[in-house]
Design a protein. Structure first.
Length: 358
């Protein structure tokens, strides 16, 4: 059963909604405003339920500045684009200049008008246990070509003792365009209001990462993780690397980098990318992705008062893992390209598997 309730009224008079998906002991709440994950309630090793997704308690929080993009569907292009320029088919398209020195670069397409700021059309499919959402962008809207039909779907299922949240994204276009969407949910497996994630232990299926320039745009290098804080191939507490004496860690004030997830193939099935374990609660999260990379962000810049349940979020209060094509790939043709056209739609899947350990 999927329960639908009102989330409030937007400034233009349209109504936003909350859709609650249930499976076993787990509940996930999503909204058609921004195709946003509002909450994820899952049990710990003793069966105690807690919401592990950071966010706000009401619509007004998401209508506010929300610089952290809590839970939102980000795009059409996630992460940073050099000079806010997209060269495509002999033309140069211009995104909003909203990041970096003198605001010359782009981050997440458009903080004020991007997909996380749109009211999506939503349809509940009870037979499949899924909420499907769509959003249309006209040719030239948000600075990119093509009449684009974007989609997002959310489903929750029980698999043995595990609970599995699946998010799928798609985009069909009538002209070549640039699309690399992601979901920006922050997790704290101890509970969204439990403090920092420094004690959580992460393991990533990545042999390389993308270094950043000083302005946090991809430097154009694929660097092996060997001998760096980004070597997460064996379990490592976030606290062990997040303040390391490392040039790249200092640039991001912690982890704020794209990991190159091994085994990518175009059109491939979801493959395991990340495992996070909270030793205190015993909650564990495994994330599988279909994208070449995923951005690991330890919430280094978080700072929000008046979040849900009266929580205050500070730096390192949540961990975001954002599946994506390598940031700024449009300027690096040697990397997998996030360019799509008629007959070649964009389609990606993220699988979040919640479990417990003893």
């Amino acid at each position: 059963m999927i329960e639908t309730t009102s989330f409030g009224t937007l400034p233009d008079g349209q109504e936003a909604h909350v859709f609650e998906l249930r499976a076993g002991d787990a509940r996930v709440r999503v909204s058609d405003y921004g195709a946003t994950v509002l909450g994820i309630d899952v049990p710990d090793r003793a069966g105690r339920i807690a919401d592990v997704a950071l966010g706000f308690g009401g619509l007004e929080g998401y209508l506010g500045p929300n610089p952290a993009f809590y839970g939102g569907t980000v795009g059409p292009v996630a992460n940073r684009t050099d000079r806010a320029e997209v060269p495509l088919d002999g033309a140069v398209y211009h995104l909003a200049k909203n990041d970096g020195p003198d605001g010359r670069n782009n981050n997440h397409t458009d903080a004020a008008h991007g997909l996380h700021r749109r009211l999506w059309d939503a349809v509940v499919d009870e037979s499949e246990g899924v909420v499907r959402m769509t959003c249309r962008l006209a040719d030239g809207e948000l600075g990119l070509p093509g009449n684009r039909d974007l989609s997002a779907s959310f489903s929750l299922a029980r698999d043995g003792e595990d609970h599995v949240l699946t998010v799928t994204y798609g985009c069909a276009t009538d002209a070549p365009t640039y699309v690399s969407m992601t979901n920006h949910t922050y997790m704290n497996l101890a509970g969204h209001d439990a403090g920092t994630v420094l004690d959580e232990v992460v393991t990533a299926d990545a042999d390389a990462f993308l270094p950043l320039r000083e302005d946090c745009v991809s430097a154009g290098e694929v660097r092996p993780v060997d001998g760096t804080p980004f070597d997460l191939r064996s379990p490592r507490a976030i606290a062990d690397g997040v303040d390391a004496d490392d040039e790249q860690i200092k640039i991001g004030r912690g982890y704020d980098h794209c990991l190159c997830i091994r085994g990518w193939e175009p059109g491939g099935a979801p493959r395991h990318a990340l495992r996070v374990v909270d030793p205190g609660s015993g909650r564990a999260l495994d994330v599988s992705v279909t994208t070449p990379g995923a951005h690991l962000y330890t919430g280094n810049w978080l700072g929000d008062e008046g979040a849900k349940d009266g929580a205050t979020y500070g730096p390192r209060g949540g961990l975001a893992f954002e599946p994506e094509f390598y940031p700024d790939n449009i300027h690096h043709p040697e990397w997998p390209q996030a360019v799509w056209g008629p007959g070649e739609p964009y389609a990606q899947t993220i699988v979040y598997r919640f479990s417990t350990v003893g």
